[in-house]
Design a protein around this ligand. Sequence first.
Ligand code: MYA
Length: 223
Amino acid sequence: MDFRIEDITPEEIDRRLAVVEPLTDSVRDLVDAVIRSQVSDDELQAAKATIDEVVASLRTRQRPGGFGTPYTREFIGMPWGNAAVGARNAIAPPLRVTRSAGLAECDMVLGAAYEGPGGCVHGGVAALMLDQLVGEAASTDGLPSFTGTLTVKYLRPTRLGALNARAEVTGREGRKTFVHATLSDDDGVTVEADAIMISPKGFELPTGDALPPPANSRADRDV
Ligand SMILES: CCCCCCCCCCCCCC(=O)SCCNC(=O)CCNC(=O)[C@H](O)C(C)(C)COP(=O)(O)OP(=O)(O)OC[C@H]1O[C@@H](n2cnc3c(N)ncnc32)[C@H](O)[C@@H]1OP(=O)(O)O
């Protein structure tokens, strides 16, 4: 796993996020527009040409491989390519996770890009979001952990729209952290998940205070 230090100030992180988050939102908007557009084939082809031009301009300078998760020396993480919460990743559902000890939560609105069964959230997207939430809840003390086992139970279809996801640590045993998570709509829980998260061997918290949780977004650093 790549680990790199990028020692920038919180103010510089905010400055960069203020540029990339609106860009990512615009790309999400583009994805939604392409899915739902009813314009003519000619107009679709014209849109493709315009998009290709934008892509070419972004490709003039590219980083090799993935974005990775750079950290500042204060352990503020910048997982901006992350498939579930990356600030630069329009594939990621629009999640702004808030965290407190052993708890991670977010409200979100999922549109057409996250559809599985007609009008409903794709089961893989639900699992993706809950996987992220259990990881964030397990890591609120600063210890990173991998998902070892994630068991997902789909209780009823989840309609696209306004949803809440929540994960809470239920126990710890050595390097294992047990986490329970739910995805809910206005009528209650639609999906629940249980995870066994495993901290890497040899990765111990320094004695004294726990490390601050890594930030995925400005909202994270505000909690
Ligand atoms: C400071 C920075 C913080 C950053 C955090 C930001 C939040 C990020 C949020 C991101 C969220 C996204 C998250 C993602 O998407 S993480 C990406 C998806 N997950 C992976 O790729 C994990 C791949 N697997 C592995 O790397 C290893 O197998 C791991 C590390 C999991 C264990 O390999 P290790 O060699 O270490 O294990 P061990 O053999 O010494 O066993 C140790 C104990 O664990 C128990 N066990 C082992 N395997 C499993 C299992 N699969 N289920 C349940 N339990 C398991 C085992 O019985 C034993 O228990 P016990 O016998 O002692 O009781």
